[in-house]
Design a protein around this ligand. Sequence first.
Ligand SMILES: Cc1ncc(COP(=O)(O)O)c(C=O)c1O
Length: 390
Amino acid sequence: MKLNAAKAVLVLLGYKDLREDKNLNWNTFFRPNINNMEAYQPGLREEQIRELVEVDQIYKLSSNESPLPPFLAALDAMQGALQGLNEYPDGSGYHMTKTISEHYGVPAENICCGNGTNEILTLIAKTCLTAGSNVVYGWPSFIVYRYSAQLMDVQFREVPLLDNGAYNLESLLAAIDDKTKLVYVCTPNNPTGACVSHADLASFIQRVPEDVLIVLDAAYEEFVTDLEAARTLDLFKDTINSLDKHAVVVLRTFSKIYALAGIRAGYAFAPTMLVQAINKIREPFNVNSLAQLAAAASLQDTTELNRRQELNKNCRERLQACFAELGLRYLPSQANYVWVDIPNPQQAFEFLLKRGIIVRSFAAAGGLRIGVGDEAGTASTIAAFKELLR
Ligand SMILES: Cc1ncc(COP(=O)(O)O)c(C=O)c1O
């Protein structure tokens, strides 16, 4: 008792370590693979930036978010649903699934909705990865492929990208062996913005062993303007509408072009058996009520979608033209961000930050990933780069 009182005093004085002094040995108590994992490092928040630099306008171009607010239809739908938040969401995601199904012409039993695509990636790993199996994907790419493999304690094989920043499909095939359960193709790839071609991906799918699940991450596909680039939905339909024995999953999100990153809504087109397996392990109410309504409302507004595609394309081209003019090597992008090589990424990152422009630095890879902003964000980014290289 006395000891506890003494401890309490010390805790009040700020000796936090004593409060954390439990009798468990955490190092052996946790599942061993957790000790080897790192927590996801989110980018700087606007308030943090304001503490560091004095600028009127901040352009957050570091997380591939939309520079625009959600679609008006989505805002209206969410506003109208606030009064009903006393009830749990529809655990079957009926309306959202039906809307996606009708919009894309995919049966509802082949659609799985998630609390962001991120959740679906984790759910796929949890349902499929068994001890001793491995996963294959390109690198650098989306970090969650690695995290979900680490979570399931399986080997992950990271295959270098092609020089243009696209996945090297031949190298992926070479890395697959009889223990491989998942192969991921991110197109357009994050962080490089490059796509694999439709023809190459179609031929790749045919050459992947039939006992491997092919996960096509198309989080940025709505931004694609290259007619040769992979159309993942068509490839998915090819595999379910034919006797093709390959199993393909396509991942899509409402976080990017639909500007709903903050409410968390993603979905997948997947074989029925996988949707059913995921339904067994997902949280019963994994997609919140507002997200379900906002997602469905956004999908129906194709005019606004086209407007945003056009805006992104124009600003992306202006950004790329600026890099070309400044003699910087950049990777032609099909997404809402552009990869640019820069001699000292961290220094460039700080220079831009002081001007209110937040980008993502990949110091080890020698480059920056710059989100495509709106008109004003693009103009400010271009001005800052010109100043940087002067
Ligand atoms: C390639 C890729 N896939 C999936 C996601 C996850 O998207 P969300 O969980 O917001 O739907 C992201 C997010 O940045 C991404 O870059």
